[in-house]
Write a protein that binds this ligand. Structure first.
Ligand code: HEM
Length: 217
């Protein structure tokens, strides 16, 4: 109890607001590549980069929450043991998957943010060249599959984390509510990971290729 209760609640809340919210917004921005091709994707990215105080917003609503959620999450995962007797077999599997996908998502994110937003910050990739940059990444077979793994792990971690969030904030109390919540969050997982994967596949199109300023070549 005491402080660790508060640390856990903050950890749980940050996973949904703002990090889950960011993931949903990010999915919509990327989905523009599938929906409207290179032009629509460029417009969405430009709109984000025109936001006032963008760096401060990113630090406050993405990077600091990610550091806390990831850091504390790793710490908790190393300390606690699975509740083998308290929950059903299925829930224990989900509990184990939640930890594994958390670690995979964190490693993916460090690489992904460094090679996208990090390179824009360093000036090696232009904001208008992000579509071409994503084309170069998606057309590399190794990177393509690392993205598939990263997407599936991150979205599962978010959707299944939402299930735990509803329990720990007293929203799904009974067994029936928790069964319904399992179905809803797993549908969310399938829909959102499919949208991300459709976006990734859209970047394979050669219409994204022009104006490439690639850091991988
Ligand atoms: C199809 C899959 C994905 C694509 C094409 C993609 C693309 C991008 C691009 C282009 C940027 C740079 C944005 C900019 O500078 O304006 C970016 C940043 C970022 N992405 Fe992704 N992404 C994908 C999946 C994911 C997933 C699954 C996560 C998991 C949480 C994620 C988290 C982030 C984060 C945290 C940033 C940094 C945002 C910022 O600091 O503004 N991305 N991504």
């Amino acid at each position: 109890m005491g402080n660790s209760y508060v640390y856990r609640k903050v950890h749980s809340l940050l996973g949904v607001v703002p990090l889950g919210g960011f993931l949903m917004l990010h999915m919509v921005t990327n989905y523009a590549a599938f929906q409207g091709g290179a032009d629509m994707f460029r417009e969405k990215v430009q709109a984000i980069h025109e936001l006032p105080l963008l760096l401060a917003l990113e630090v406050l609503f993405i990077w600091l929450p990610l550091l806390y959620h990831g850091g504390y999450g790793l710490y908790v995962a190393m300390l606690s043991r699975a509740h083998v007797t308290r929950y059903t077999y299925g829930r224990n599997v989900m509990f184990a998957l939640q930890r594994v996908t958390g670690v995979v998502a964190f490693v993916f994110l460090v690489w992904h943010v460094w090679t996208t937003r990090g390179q824009v910050g360093l000036g090696t990739v232009e904001v208008d060249g992000l579509g071409a940059h994503m084309h170069d990444i998606a057309t590399n077979a190794l990177y393509y599959w690392l993205y598939i793994i990263g997407i599936v792990a991150s979205v599962f971690h978010f959707a299944n984390g939402l299930w735990s969030f509803f329990v720990s904030w007293g929203i799904t109390v009974g067994a029936r509510a928790q069964r319904v919540s399992t179905v809803v969050t797993m549908v969310l997982f399938v829909v959102c990971s499919s949208m991300f994967i459709l976006a990734l596949n859209a970047f394979l199109d050669s219409s994204f290729a022009e104006a490439s300023a690639d850091v991988f070549r």
